[in-house]
Design a protein around this ligand. Structure first.
Ligand code: CP
Length: 316
């Protein structure tokens, strides 16, 4: 694998999940693969899980890790061509990406959506500019439109907890006071389209995700109906895609409660974290035995590790 910017870059999701499960049994089994190699983790936005798990994954492979909070510590970057740079942007991506590639063999990037310019966000300017100019493998640690490391961790987690051959999986919108990006939901949908499952997306009308991503996925506007007989309930907030980046409602009746979970087939509760308790989900649900959010977070390490391993092997 040359780059990892989308879940489809894996080629075979089921095989990657199996390999990650094997890796998890002995995380240090490839501890010399990355010897002498460095990875730069560049954060244009905050992180807890992605930062620590990707660092741990790289270290498990013997890599040297360089972390930079680019959003607060780097020069502000210009991405447009032919601009007279006499305003606040100090460095062009053309130099910055090539310079970064002098210090590392792989680069991983977190750069969220602006939520103000749909076309620019869809163009994935940051990730694609690094791909274009750095000349080294690029890993997406959550971009404007996707979070494929999270989606792979979710697939590993569902693989560990599923009891049915074709489980019912529900992706449910839940309310949030701030406008959040679509990246996690998009990658979850893309990942579910590669799975044997009865997959349903539920959200209030007006919160449809990008139809180019949801394609033929089932959408059910009645959340309670969607929850019936579900084996997994995956919860996430996102802002409007149609009325781009806007909050259409914060209806607390969409919060995940024990009453709603009783409609399911004793479903596992999933969330990528961070989560706002008693806004997205009640304490009772997230503290219940059916909540597997910590196991999901743990699998972020093995998701990142299998991705880095595949890239290192490709470039051996
Ligand atoms: N789920 C996730 O990506 O968490 P962080 O934003 O803390 O990295």
């Amino acid at each position: 694998m040359k780059h990892y910017t989308n879940i489809n870059d894996l080629g075979n999701l089921q095989k990657a999940v199996q390999e990650a499960m094997e890796l998890k049994k002995n995380p240090l089994q490839h501890k010399t693969l990355g010897e002498g190699k460095s990875i730069c983790l560049l954060f244009f936005n905050n992180s807890l899980r992605t930062r620590l798990s990707t660092q741990k994954a790289a270290q498990n492979l013997g890599m040297n890790v360089i972390v930079m909070n680019f959003g607060s510590e780097g020069w502000e970057l210009e991405f447009e061509d032919g601009v007279v740079m006499n305003q606040n942007k100090s460095e062009h991506i053309k130099e910055a990406a090539k310079v970064i590639a002098q210090y590392c063999d792989l680069v991983a990037i977190r750069a969220f959506a602006s939520l103000t310019d749909k076309e620019k966000d869809k163009a994935e300017m940051v990730i694609n500019s690094f791909k274009k100019y750095a000349g080294i493998p690029v890993v997406n640690m959550e971009s404007a439109t996707g979070h494929p490391l999270q989606a792979l961790a979710d697939a590993i987690t569902m693989g560990e907890f599923k009891t049915a051959h074709k489980p019912k999986v529900v992706l449910s919108w839940a309310p949030h006071p701030k406008a959040l990006p679509h990246a996690v939901a998009n990658s979850f949908v893309e990942m579910m389209q590669l799975q044997k499952a009865d997959f349903v997306i539920t959200h209030p009308e007006g919160y449809e995700l990008n139809p180019e991503i949801t394609k033929n996925s089932t959408i059910e506007y009645d959340q309670k109906k969607a929850f019936e007989n579900a084996d997994f309930v995956y919860v996430k907030n996102w802002s409007s895609f149609k009325d781009y980046g806007k909050i259409m409602n914060t209806d607390s009746s969409w919060m995940i409660t024990s009453e709603k979970m009783k409609l399911t087939n004793n479903a596992k509760f999933m969330h990528c974290l961070p989560v706002r308790r008693n806004v997205i989900v009640t304490d009772e649900v997230i503290d219940s035995e059916n909540s597997i959010v910590i196991q999901q977070a743990n699998n972020r390490t093995y998701s990142a590790q299998i991705v880095l391993k595949k890239i290192l092997e490709h470039h051996e």
